[in-house]
Write a protein that binds this ligand. Structure first.
Ligand code: SF4
Length: 64
């Protein structure tokens, strides 16, 4: 699994970090980022749900 966040699109709504806190966090400006070492999703089942929860579609999850 490969997770990509388009920071040009992210509005810092935080839904991703709320939905999958083991994978996503928010930086000092409130924008989403993937936790270090979790770029592959870390087996977290809620990664796809987090991508769906993003109101602006900034998260792309693909099978690597
Ligand atoms: S849910 Fe989407 S808009 Fe909100 S912080 Fe996460 S990536 Fe950004």
């Amino acid at each position: 699994m490969d997770i990509a966040i388009d920071k040009d699109v992210c509005i810092g709504a935080g839904q991703c970090a709320l939905t999958a806190p083991g994978v996503f966090t928010q930086d000092d400006d409130g924008f989403s980022e993937v936790l270090p070492g979790r770029e592959d999703g870390g087996g977290a089942p809620l990664v796809r749900e987090a991508a769906r929860a993003c109101p602006v579609g900034a998260i792309t999850v693909s099978e690597a």
